[in-house]
Design a protein around this ligand. Structure first.
Ligand code: F6P
Length: 364
């Protein structure tokens, strides 16, 4: 019997379970393959006792509609930077990648499918260079991986953010207020821009375009006349004013390398107030609501396509590559190509052009 191991890593994302199910169902069509999952990314493999589960058709039955991942995930540490606590209470990070590869051999794993975002695929590349048979499947609600038209989870997140804008528009209108919605998007503003177009926001601020507060206020003023009017702003969490930094804190969670982004909306509210703008304002932070719950139909389909393709790449021994969606095909690219650059919103993109064309202010 040959064995493929699945690991889901990084922030969770609607559609992860649909990928797992598709891999298992496709593998079950081959007579000599079985699928196992490592609990919480590679942590399950590295823990003693090892935490690995068998994934068969029964285990994955019906999971494509469920949010999260049935095998868990983590966005801390990893095989190249495993946190170890010293006797004096300090932490150090040790490289356990060789040990992990040995363990995979020992338990009879012939190939690994790593479902994760940019950080996870950088780890995949390093593991491949060490000789591991590994395939990548891209995952992120931020949709910021280049060379794939979309990542699963993104369309669901856009839907959730759009529904939030729809709701906030009615309350802004009733109260003659400015309502600010903060959505996810660390370096890329895809969710913010798409939800602004779909929901009808007046202002959209994204990480790619540092904003000029005077331009933002100019647009707000144009929406009010004698205390009447309303406006909706969508801001991506990673947005910053011209000359400023992102709003966030350094996390004290062990093994968490990122700045924890928070406060973009409330900072914006203060900046608007400090210009003397007088209308009432409120902020809403959508946060992890965008990552949880059921994937929509689009994401279930894309995730299923990625899962089938990933397993077929194992059969074809296309190791060192990541699945990508290149409409209308599902293809693959090398890890090096996949992680070369982030997919950010370009100034000449048609989505940005559309936003401007329907009168959304982008704060510049
Ligand atoms: O990478 C996806 C993402 O949703 C980012 O937009 C966000 O900054 C981050 O995950 C938050 O992740 P967590 O709170 O799980 O660490």
């Amino acid at each position: 019997m040959k064995r493929v191991l699945i690991a889901t890593s990084g922030g969770d994302c609607p559609g992860l379970n649909a990928v797992i199910r598709a891999i298992v169902r496709r593998a079950s069509q081959e007579k000599d393959w079985e699928v196992v999952g490592s609990i919480q990314a590679y942590d399950g493999l590295l823990r003693e006792p090892t935490e690995i589960v068998i994934l068969d058709k029964k285990t994955v039955s019906g999971i494509h509609v469920r949010g999260g991942t049935i095998i868990g995930t983590t966005n801390k540490g990893g095989p190249f930077a495993w946190p170890v606590k010293n006797n004096d209470g300090t932490w150090e990070y040790v490289d356990r990648s060789d040990e992990m590869i040995r363990k995979l051999k020992y338990i009879g794993v012939n190939a690994v499918i790593s479902i994760g975002g940019e950080g996870s695929q950088k780890i995949s590349k390093k593991l491949f260079e060490k000789g591991l048979n590994i395939i990548g499947v891209p995952k992120t609600i931020d949709n910021d991986l280049s060379l794939t038209d979309f990542t699963f989870g993104y369309q669901t997140a856009v839907q959730i953010a759009t529904e939030a804008v729809d709701k906030l528009v009615t309350t802004a209108q009733s109260h003659n207020r400015v309502l600010i919605l903060e959505v996810m998007g660390r370096n890329a503003g895809w969710i913010a821009l798409s939800a602004s177009i779909a929901g009808g926001a007046e202002v959209c601020l994204i990480p790619e375009i540092p904003y000029d507060i005077n331009k933002v206020v100019e647009r707000l003023e144009s929406r009010f006349s004698r205390d009447r009017g309303f406006a909706n702003i969508v801001i991506a969490e990673g947005s910053k004013p011209i000359g400023g930094e992102v709003a966030g804190i350094k996390s004290n969670e062990i093994g968490y390398g990122n700045i924890r982004l928070m406060g973009a909306a409330s900072r914006l509210m203060q900046e608007i107030k400090s210009t003397g703008f007088e209308a009432d304002m409120r902020e809403t932070v959508l946060g992890h609501l965008q990552r949880g719950g059921m994937p929509n139909a689009y994401d279930r389909i894309l995730a299923s396509q990625f899962g089938v393709k990933a397993f077929e790449m194992v059969l074809e021994k296309k190791f060192g590559e990541m699945v990508v969606y290149n409409h209308p095909d599902i293809c693959s690219v090398s890890f090096s190509e996949a992680i070369q650059k982030e997919k950010l919103i370009e100034m000449d993109s048609y989505l940005l052009h559309t936003a401007k064309g329907i009168g959304i202010s982008l704060g510049f």
